[in-house]
Write a protein of this length. Structure first.
Length: 583
């Protein structure tokens, strides 16, 4: 088999299973091995009982020995059923432990990704396929363990048993088993191709399904049926791909089943012939006859179900391991500056698959403790600049230098931010704010004082600081303005030397926004702050205003200086001024 085939994926899965729970792994192997041997013990016990019964009938065996062999046969059947139950139950418990372990590895790997990679369709497809393959990993590992410790043990011991009766019986099983096994291996490549092609279609269908079930905006726009049609189109395409692959597999299985029926009949005919010729005992015939159904049943199960299912999911498992083993070579962007300032030197940035650069040769120096405002039309590069300043994105070209007080280590900046689409955590008020610095302990009085300083009245909440901010969990729902105050308070609670506000006040009126920014500057005294806003009346509080257009900084100065330039800032300012006067 190819290196990237079923065996390779199965071995990796087994290693991961052992890594997750070593003790449970050893127990499971023992259970599976005993389970496999129990079926052969059952066959031997059956022959022993029927041979003893014949001898007893002919007066060549004692009644106590007959009863003993009967109890042995009953005990062998009981052992088989007990081990079957133990094996299945333990596997389900073990699976939960492995699933938890795999999920943690995926979360850790995702956390290592550069934020910009989430802008890549290819990377999103890769993550989707890895998550899909996470659950398959454990079952592929279980299947390989079962193949080697249960089925192989059973087939090997039964082959020895049949070979000792008549070698030709053992040969008949091999003649049937090997072609059936080889037939199923052909489908592995088909299902790997299926997974690669279906991942992006599956992700699209999931998004359309989400939009179709939206109870607010989608219904209001009356486009529910539109998204349902798109969802059905993608789902039909996905189902058609699966149908064609499954059809191919089932045709192979039909051929295999015909071979099994032929082998089954051949062994029955041969055993009857050997009994008639007195070459084997009646007990041996009874044992073979009673076990032949299980023998071919297991053969069909291991090939068409276990290995067949695993072969379908080999692609999923390979995607999982490819994602975990991906070499993330992240280039460093944090360079030591001469002072506590932030400096961008000829910085450019391009999003994955984008045709043009979002930022072009940006040069900017932000002094420690300075407040700057960034303005510009939509798409001018404001948010991209903020993400570069936060270290979320790496520049395509150029260098970014940070002072010592902004660095925690060589990778992470000591900074906090509030974005336009900030998180609304469905947890308590206190947790919503303190989550930005989970290691910091604060008592109720200090928390209330902090909230009051940030314009949040804790007493107005039904359960005070313990109020859950979501009706979904029996709490209360907040307005957009209230959420924005909490988001800004969360950023301030982190107590970072650099704070960035990327248009978080879009849902409140201009007067309230200006009050909030004035309060923000008061709280952030001594910190370096960056404010992004469309409302020019609010950004006048900044020490400097930077105007961006088409990914470049075209103006830099104070409010008065920029008005005197009579450039883009001046035009935007007078346009907004006229709008407010008209209103």
């Amino acid at each position: 088999m190819k290196k990237n085939g079923y065996i390779d994926s199965g071995v990796k899965s087994i290693r991961l299973m052992h890594e997750a729970e070593p003790k449970m792994f050893r127990k499971y192997c023992i259970f599976v091995l005993v389970h496999g041997l129990s079926w052969t013990i059952q066959v031997v016990a059956t022959q022993l009982f029927f041979d003893t019964a014949q001898n007893f009938y002919e007066g060549r065996a004692k009644v106590w020995f007959l009863i003993f062999t009967l109890l042995c046969m009953i005990g062998s059947y009981a052992l088989t059923q007990i081990m079957n139950g133990v094996d299945n139950c333990f596997a389900n418990i073990y699976f939960l432990a492995i699933q938890k372990h795999n999920n943690l590895k995926i979360f850790k790997k995702i956390d290592e990704l550069d934020c910009v990679q989430f802008e890549s369709t290819k990377k999103l497809d890769m993550i989707n396929k890895a998550v899909s393959g996470s659950n398959s990993t454990a079952w592929v590992g279980f299947t390989l363990i079962d193949v080697f410790l249960f089925y192989t043990t059973y087939f090997f011991s039964m082959s020895i048993y049949l070979f000792r009766l008549k070698p030709v019986l053992c040969v008949c099983i091999l003649i049937v088993f090997i072609p059936c096994y080889l037939t199923d291996l052909i489908s592995i490549k088909k299902f790997r191709t299926l997974e690669d092609k279906s991942a992006p279609i599956r992700r699209e269908s999931e998004y359309y399904e989400k939009y179709a079930s939206d109870i607010k905006e989608t219904r209001m726009l009356g486009v529910t049926e539109h998204f349902k049609k798109l969802f059905c189109l993608k789902l039909n395409k996905l189902n058609d791909m699966i149908y064609q692959t499954q059809r191919y597999k089932k045709m192979l299985q039909i051929k295999m089943n015909l071979m099994q029926v032929a082998g089954y009949g051949l062994i029955i005919i041969l055993t009857m012939h050997y009994v008639m010729e007195n070459d084997i005992s009646v007990g041996a015939f009874a044992a073979v006859f009673s076990s032949i159904g299980s023998l071919f049943g297991f053969m069909s199960e291991v090939i068409t179900e276990r290995i067949g299912w695993a072969s379908e999911n080999v692609g999923n498992v390979q995607n999982f391991f490819e994602f975990l083993n991906e070499d993330l070579k992240q280039k460093k962007i944090v360079y030591k500056a001469d002072s506590d300032s932030i400096e961008l030197k000829n910085v450019s940035f391009r999003y994955p698959s984008a045709e043009s650069e979002a930022l072009k040769d940006v040069n900017l120096k932000i002094r420690s403790g300075e407040t700057i405002a960034v303005i510009g039309i939509n798409g001018s590069g404001k948010s991209t600049l903020c993400k570069l300043l936060l270290g979320l994105y790496k520049p395509t070209k150029g260098d970014i230098s940070f002072g010592d007080n902004l660095k925690n280590d060589s990778k992470n900046l000591n900074a906090s931010a509030v974005f336009q689409n900030f998180c609304k955590y469905k947890i308590s008020l206190k947790e919503n704010i303190c989550i930005s610095n989970v290691d910091s302990e604060i008592n109720s009085d200090a928390f209330r004082a902090f909230c009051g300083k940030n314009g949040i009245n804790v007493d107005r909440f039904d359960c005070g600081e313990d109020t859950i901010l979501s009706r979904e969990f029996g709490g209360t729902e907040l307005s957009g303005g209230q959420w924005q105050k909490i988001a800004i308070a969360r950023a301030i609670f982190r107590d970072s030397p650099l704070v960035i506000l990327d248009e978080p006040t879009a849902a409140i009126d201009p007067l309230e926004e200006k009050k909030l920014y004035n309060k923000f500057l008061e709280i952030c005294e001594g910190k370096t702050a960056v404010i992004v806003s469309h409302r020019l009346s609010s950004v006048q509080i900044a020490d400097r205003i930077i105007v961006m257009d088409n990914g470049s900084i075209i103006e830099d100065g104070t409010h008065e200086e920029l008005l005197a330039l009579d450039g883009l800032y001046s035009k935007m300012y007078h346009l907004q001024k006229e709008t407010y006067i008209f209103s």
